[in-house]
Design a protein around this ligand. Structure first.
Ligand SMILES: [Zn+2]
Length: 435
């Protein structure tokens, strides 16, 4: 059998991958065109979904003006939670149902975009909440048909939510972060306007930048798609296919841009070039992980974010303790690189090189260590906490962290080598402190 772009086929393994390319519009001033885009998609009555902090921003004003000048009827929902929950999704769904909208426009970070995805889903195909939630917490019922059109306008350079079919939330009753995953959830159009990144606070730029870095790195080091069993039917092929020739293109270029720009973008809010590059990398990484899927650092991050006691990230609303998503992910990334590199040393070494490490004369067997050190260097240069110990966790917390991450089976199955409860303990222990 032929191999494909350097991937080797294995007996009984997958031989086919899908390229789920996203429809995006990218460039300065793109937000002013949202009205015309919405009209082209057949929208007449639009729900504009955003959060309370952004509601009075110029971005929302620009999008609103554009929608109205296109002759569309718009109602604003400004109650998306920064970290959405099943309750906040239900609240937005009630708004969507009562408003009888024929389209959605979201303006904000991943939370607003994910809230619009969920409100669109549950108002279009009503069901009890667990129906569409990922198993084993929910029943992962397939979404019956297409949703209403959704234009997503990201205002942070991170989540890639505008190009993925995933909506993440805290399931309060289960004390767990989980999600809904389906190609049908993917926004119809992503409108990415780099002008929005110039007013972001430093910590927000750093956290969302590290989220992008992790999306790219985890997609690149995910279990190769050829090592997953070939599905019985084409429809059973998972959205997280594993590393594949297409996601590699997006992930490697995203890492190259990140390595060269993240420190600059965090240090100087007026460095328009660096921040624009970061937004472009975010889009690439989003497309990469939308096709490949992420793995261990993301699985660990849900436990870190969910079990935080007192830590409050600088420049975030200080009502509740919070480890922002990108921070929670990167705190585990060096430990994960050290632990998993044996499964694919060459890719770990290449990732270190793309992120800016000097790999001259370094043997591939040292790739994991070099990659971990390069990530630590970037964390120190951008003011990230020193491991999960830096946000208040101690070794006594490891069993709880292990139990928080173990249910993330979809993510752990995408790791390059097996990760179970015992491995999670080792990983969290390795993430306590780096310098
Ligand atoms: Zn992420």
């Amino acid at each position: 059998m032929l191999c494909c772009q350097g991937y080797e086929f294995v007996e009984g393994g997958e031989t086919t991958f899908e390229v789920d390319a996203s429809h995006v519009k990218y460039g300065s001033g793109a937000l002013r065109e949202v009205g015309s885009d919405a009209k082209n998609l057949g929208m007449t009555r639009v729900a504009l979904v955003t959060d309370p902090l952004l509601a009075s921003s110029e971005y929302v004003a620009t999008v609103l003006a554009s929608l109205r000048s296109a002759g569309l009827d718009v109602a604003v929902y400004a109650e998306s939670r920064i970290e959405p929950t099943d309750e906040s999704f239900a609240h937005a769904t009630a708004f969507a149902r009562d408003g009888a909208f024929d389209g959605f426009v979201s303006v904000g970070g991943g939370s607003s975009i994910d809230t619009a995805k969920a409100a669109n889903l549950y108002s279009t195909y009503p069901a009890d909440f667990d129906a569409y939630v990922n198993a084993p917490i929910g029943r992962a019922t397939p979404i019956p048909g297409p949703l209403r059109p959704h234009i997503a306008c990201p205002t942070t350079s991170g989540t890639g939510a505008e190009v993925t079919g995933i909506a993440i939330f805290d399931y309060l009753a289960h004390h767990a972060k989980t999600g809904i995953a389906s190609k049908r959830l993917k926004p119809t159009l992503g409108v990415i306007d780099p002008d929005v990144t110039l007013t972001l606070p430093k910590t927000v730029v750093a956290c969302s930048g590290f989220d992008v870095l992790s999306h790219a790195l985890e997609s690149y080091t995910a279990r190769p798609y050829t090592e997953r069993r070939r599905p019985e039917t084409p429809n059973a092929r998972p959205m997280s296919q594993g590393a594949n020739p297409f996601s590699d293109i997006a992930s490697t270029e995203a890492m190259r841009i990140l390595g060269a720009n993240i420190v600059r973008a965090v240090a100087d809010p007026l460095d328009a070039e660096a921040r624009e590059r970061m937004l472009f990398a975010a889009m690439l990484a989003g497309i990469g992980f939308g096709n490949a899927g992420v793995h261990v650092p993301h699985a660990m991050s849900y436990a870190v974010a969910g079990l935080v006691r007192e830590y409050r990230a600088p420049e975030y609303p200080d009502a509740e303790p919070i480890v922002p998503h990108g921070m929670a992910v990167i705190l585990s990334a060096p430990a994960s690189a050290r632990f998993l590199a044996h499964a694919n040393p060459t890719r770990h070494l290449e990732a270190a090189r793309l992120l800016g490490a000097d790999t001259n004369g370094v043997d591939a067997t040292d790739g994991g260590e070099l990659l971990a050190r390069r990530i630590e260097e970037l964390m120190r240069a951008t003011g990230m906490p020193n491991g999960i110990g830096g946000v208040g966790f101690r070794s006594a917390d490891i069993p709880a962290l292990r139990d928080g991450a173990a249910p993330q089976k979809r993510l752990l199955a995408n790791a390059p080598s097996a990760v179970d409860a015992a491995e999670l303990e080792t990983l969290f222990a390795g993430a306590l402190r780096y310098w």
